[in-house]
Design a protein around this ligand. Structure first.
Ligand code: GLU
Length: 293
């Protein structure tokens, strides 16, 4: 049976959603619904096990804006075995290696002259068994697992950025504390749910080549991306709590909806109206500067 493909919104329950997150959620919904896709919500709680109240409030806020999704929201912590089995497979196929580096080791490592900024310099890639044992003894902590990649860059298709080529280094797929890394979890979850359209903030554009490359390696389909502009404060920094009224509880549903539609350039009375007008080609490409009124 073939499933209708899906889009999604995947909040991390670290804090209440702010107006920028809400706008991204509205856009993800519009992209999915305007293309006949299902719309799914995934709570990315691998790091936030202790506070499910925040996740519940996030879902309430999405519903208050009128967003609807198919099936119950999915929680990453509910299926750790899904990630573990993929990691087991990567280990079995010798596609990962143990990494003992601290952030400091990585920052201080000598780099090849043309090595891309932000790429892991490969310190642990070719350790012998004896060297690994020694590093384990020295550091006294369990290693992270890094993907042994065979490319330097990878190209994804983004509906707003066109063909985007970015770095693919030997990125972490399981952290030293045993938690599956974000890049791995996203790929595994998107594929498991039949998600083929990924709409999110453009702060994650640089992660998409790594994720799409891993999807290919695992034989999963390549999603199409739409990385939408972030919302910034008057100083050009990411919007944060200290910027004033930024959450739905503070702004109010009606006003937040009006602000979001005005920022998109499509004043609409409700989501249905917005959906009728939605045209990705007309989306603003600049960050939205949000000043609470
Ligand atoms: N959970 C991530 C965030 O809230 C989004 C991940 C994604 O959309 O792939 O920033």
């Amino acid at each position: 049976m073939t499933r209708t493909p899906a889009g999604r919104f995947a909040p991390s329950p670290s804090a209440d959603l702010h107006i920028g997150n809400l706008r991204t959620a509205v856009l993800a919904w519009l992209f999915a619904r305007s293309t006949g896709r299902r719309f799914l919500i995934r709570v990315e709680d691998l790091d936030y096990r202790t506070d499910s109240d925040i996740a519940a409030r996030q879902l309430d806020d999405l519903a208050a804006l009128g967003l609807t999704w198919d099936g119950p929201a999915e929680y990453q912590t509910a299926h750790r075995e899904r990630y573990d089995s993929v990691i087991e497979r990567l280990i079995r196929d010798d596609m990962v290696y143990e990494c003992y580096c601290s952030r400091r080791d990585i920052a201080q490592a000598p780099r090849a002259p043309h090595a891309p900024q932000g790429a892991y310099p490969g310190i642990c890639r070719d350790l012998t068994g004896a060297e690994r044992a020694e590093r384990r003894r020295e550091t006294g902590r369990p290693p992270a697992l890094r993907l042994r990649t065979d490319v330097i860059t990878y190209t994804v298709t983004d509906l707003l950025h066109g063909q985007h080529t970015g770095i693919v280094d030997d990125f972490v797929v399981r952290r030293g504390d045993g938690v599956p890394a974000y890049n791995l979890a996203v790929v595994v979850d998107d594929a498991a749910a039949g998600i083929d359209q990924v709409v999110r903030g453009d702060d994650l554009l640089s992660s998409s080549p790594r994720q799409a490359y891993l999807a290919r390696l695992l034989g999963r389909p390549q999603p199409v991306y739409a990385h939408v502009p972030l919302v910034l404060n008057a100083d050009g920094a990411r919007l944060a709590k200290r910027d004033g009224a930024v959450t739905l509880a503070e702004i109010g549903v009606g006003r937040a909806f009006a602000q979001i539609t005005a920022s998109l350039g499509w004043p609409a009375r409700d989501l249905g109206g917005l959906l009728a007008e939605f045209d990705p080609a007309r989306l603003p490409r600049q960050p939205w500067i949000y000043v609470p009124d």
